[in-house]
Design a protein around this ligand. Sequence first.
Ligand code: DX5
Ligand code: ZN
Length: 227
Amino acid sequence: MDTLQKKILCPSILNLSTDNMREEVEKLDATDMDIYHVDIMDGTFVPNFGMSVRELEMIRRITDAGHHKLVDCHMMVMNPHRYIKRIAEAGADIIYIHPESELIPSATLELIQLEGKKTGLILNPCTSLETVKDMLPITDYVMIMAVNPGFAGREFMPYTRQKFIELDNYRKEKGLNYHLMLDGGATREVIADLYHNCNVEGFVLGKQELFFQQDDYATCIDRIRTF
Ligand code: DX5
Ligand code: ZN
């Protein structure tokens, strides 16, 4: 990727309370955001519970009736192959799996392709390029976690920056086209650095720049595009 791509902005819906999720998603939908980021957790792969398939279905319905955004599903569950069909039917356009959650992650990526969905690999801070590089030719999105997974609102861990550089270099070296994305700790400084210096295109947005701000969502999204 030699030219600067438009940023792919992905609000992390985990930041919303279920009390007013519908109204807040409707507000997000009217902005220039790109992809809803939906975190599903099983309490085993990570020590927490996140969102559910039913919430994913609701987001799908809202955006189908609204501005037709994409929806991703970040599966923090053991053996996610058991649920790919269900998640695809619920309306995810992109399905991210963690390579260490499966004995044969390449087979799970194939399952995602068979469902007609985009494939995503998501790398924990401790997961190396070496672990996933053979699967990159069948991967549409590579998301790197800059925080330990399972919780929103954690701080970007600077040692993860090197992995963005490695994944960008590998993409160029092999002529691959996967999108490079960040999950976790996306502050203004982090977004600007990774976008301008490491060719990272996509950013999961949490409370650092999008939720619980003084400005409304549209203003925040427009501002993030200027970083
Ligand atoms: C954490 C989740 C994230 C989380 C990102 O395990 O995968 O999507 O919301 O964190 P922040 O809040 O830092 O963007
Ligand atoms: Zn996530």
